[in-house]
Design a protein around this ligand. Structure first.
Ligand SMILES: [Zn+2]
Length: 144
């Protein structure tokens, strides 16, 4: 959670993106079911469940017309600005690259995935949303 009058400043640099956590401050925003037991992600969420009350997703429209959802906490999400978009996407790609490596994907597969990702960039923020009480249902977040 960002500290009031503390060290955290919304925006880059971001910590290594953690599964189910706010990209900006690293606060868990989903219930953690399992954590990584070793490796570079040791102690960080490996499998997550339901979104927590502090969590939200920001949906970005990408340069190819697709959409990408990125998890933030409700304190950091309102602070996302267009100036942060590229760094946010690069943080997502860094985490994707690490995930592919940990999954044992070949160097060629990883290179191809990164080349696809690097052609894209977020162009606009579409909406924020939260999971509703019903599993699988999403609702628009009106909290700012
Ligand atoms: Zn945050």
């Amino acid at each position: 959670m960002p500290e009031v009058n503390g060290a955290h400043i919304h925006g880059p640099p971001y910590p290594l993106k953690r599964n189910g956590s706010c990209l900006c401050c690293g606060t868990p925003v989903y219930r953690v079911i399992e954590v990584w037991q070793d490796g570079p992600l040791e102690g960080t969420p490996r499998r997550v469940g339901k979104q927590l009350d502090v969590g939200t997703q920001v949906t970005f429209q990408m340069s190819d017309g697709s959409e990408a959802d990125v998890s933030f906490c409700i304190d950091c999400a309102p602070a996302v600005r267009p100036a942060h978009y590229r760094t946010i996407w690069e943080a997502c790609l860094d985490r994707e690259a690490l995930g592919l490596r940990l999954a044992g994907r070949s160097a060629n597969e990883r290179t191809a995935a990164m080349a696809r990702g690097l052609k894209l960039f977020p162009v606009a923020r579409v909406r924020r949303r939260r999971e509703s009480e019903e599993p699988g249902m999403l609702m628009v977040d009106r909290r700012g």
